[in-house]
Design a protein around this ligand. Sequence first.
Ligand SMILES: Nc1ncnc2c1ncn2[C@@H]1O[C@H](COP(=O)(O)OP(=O)(O)OP(=O)(O)O)[C@@H](O)[C@H]1O
Length: 264
Amino acid sequence: MLKLTHISKTFNPGTVNAKKAIEDLSFHAAKGDFITVIGANGAGKSTLFNAISGSFFTDSGKIELDGKDITFMPEYKRARSIGRLFQDPMRGSAPGMTIEENLALAAGHGGWLSSISRKDRQAFRERLSLLGMGLEDRMTQPVGLLSGGQRQALTLMMATYNPPKLLLLDEHTAALDPATAEKVLEITKNTVEENHLTCMMITHNMQSALELGNRTIMMNAGKIILDVIGEERAHMTVADLLDRFKQAAGKALDNDRMLLSEAE
Ligand SMILES: Nc1ncnc2c1ncn2[C@@H]1O[C@H](COP(=O)(O)OP(=O)(O)OP(=O)(O)O)[C@@H](O)[C@H]1O
């Protein structure tokens, strides 16, 4: 479904601030893969997502999605096939518009109340009720009134209303309190499974990285240094992950937030 072939990206090339953020990275995600992504601070995880979603063009290499070469496709066109969520719940939905208007936009009906039919409203209500957050009774309220967790769950629903070919989740629960984060992760798991989505999720929680999805990749210094799936992954513990990181990177994992979440 997603194929990256020898992609590289250097920021500020040719200056003293030059930074090789992705280095000759090749990777293939099969249809239906749910891949958790972990790694050191500044390893290039968000940059990898930016490269896939087209925030910039890579310096070299090729990016293919569902058999199509998208290496030089602009970001707004890729957005039709790639859904993305960020850490900040304020991104991805329009605060001044109501829940149903936001959903109408996501469904592709245009965001104006007059274009929302009774049937649309019924469909929105049914889908919202599955979130278990009571949002089905608040459909005419502006999204800006929602809590971070409610907003993130709504954004996830919007990003997957028409199932994308690829869903990129960039620490989308990191700004939420632990109980809410757990709930949004549960909704994420159900959404990915029910829609058979191909999904990549950056997380700093190593336990969730092993529990969610079917595959885990670990990044360091712009490269994928570990890629585990199947039986091998099923038997892995967080301690094993840390060990494997040390073996592959030649140093201990230095992601403060990952280690902190481990100590909690
Ligand atoms: N637009 C940019 N301009 C210059 N340098 C950048 C830019 N974006 C990222 N970088 C640098 O590239 C490297 C990789 O950053 P990136 O945000 O992808 O790491 P990350 O793995 O997501 O890190 P973290 O876990 O700390 O969020 C870092 O050194 C970062 O400072």
